[in-house]
Design a protein around this ligand. Sequence first.
Ligand code: COA
Length: 338
Amino acid sequence: MKHSHIVGLGSYLPERVMTNHDLERMVDTSDTWIRERTGIERRHIIAEDQCTSDMAAEAARRALDDAGLDISAVDALMVATTTPDKIFPATATIVQAKLGGHGFPAWDIQAVCSGFVYGLAQADAMIRAGLFRRVLLVGAEAMSRIVDWSDRSTCVLFGDGAGAVLLEGRAQPGGVLGSVLHADGSYRDLLKADHPHPPASPDRKALDFGRDAAGIAAIEMRGNEVFRVAVTKLGEVVNEILQQHQLRKEDVDWLVPHQANIRIIQATAKKLGLSMDRVAQTVREHGNTSSASVPMALDALYRAGRLRQGQLLLLEAFAGGFAWGANLVRWSKQGETG
Ligand code: COA
């Protein structure tokens, strides 16, 4: 049986930065409130002429470059996104075309902020089963396109960006050790972005999420309730995955959490007995980039030269649905940069 090793990483952040002070001019909020309640100071915002697939393709290119491979080496492409360019075709097929790839399967994953964690579980299972040798997995989001910019309780939280990993099946043990996934749809109304049903008449405007999502869908969240469930479920899932692999909390070298709120991250780190200097933290600069946050946080650790072969990484995420999960990775990539 093959094991899935991460052999390339890349990320992309759009140029435009929006600070908390910029938001102070848009809604009734303050830099202090946002920093104290969320840990966020700034976020990146996609350019008007860009869409999710542009960011995804750039992150994917960087992951391929990092692995020293090109698109012809890829056997499957998965894009985790909540903000697809269009209802269909899948953003992954658009990314495939932008990368110059042909023929291999490409599809999207929708598990909101848990999309990357869900995707890593799927990619790993398919590599283990011998279906593919190399899978390119991207998390990419233009969250700014589905934010209600007049709602101070949500618009301060989100940002845009993309992160990618290239996975390769190898006989040597290590890489992705396993995953645990959960969902509970009874919570579906606590965090959602509704959009109208397909046009009921030919007069209705066609939907184009890539460029014109504003007014089509907007994030609604009961933040306080989401917060409480997130802290509980993340505490449970990190224990569950460690138990499954007969590992102890002390064995974890790095927590690579979804970056929604520094207080949620701190709560999970505390439950693991990990000090915050063993936790990947990008929420301050990126905000919540949904499915892009875990691969971007992982890439940030990697680019900073913090990861060593043999270290144990615990990835986790919590999302609308609710959908949540975790992956364990034994770091095996050679040639750390930094
Ligand atoms: N600026 C200033 N005040 C704000 C504000 C803002 N941007 N947003 C909300 N407030 C106000 C509220 O109106 C409320 O005022 P009130 O007490 O007069 O009614 C007060 O701040 C407290 O609001 P509350 O929602 O209880 O704050 P909180 O401590 O729960 O923090 C979140 C709000 C959203 C930061 C927090 O609940 C959270 O992070 N939730 C989880 C979000 C998340 O992780 N979502 C994604 C999962 S993938």
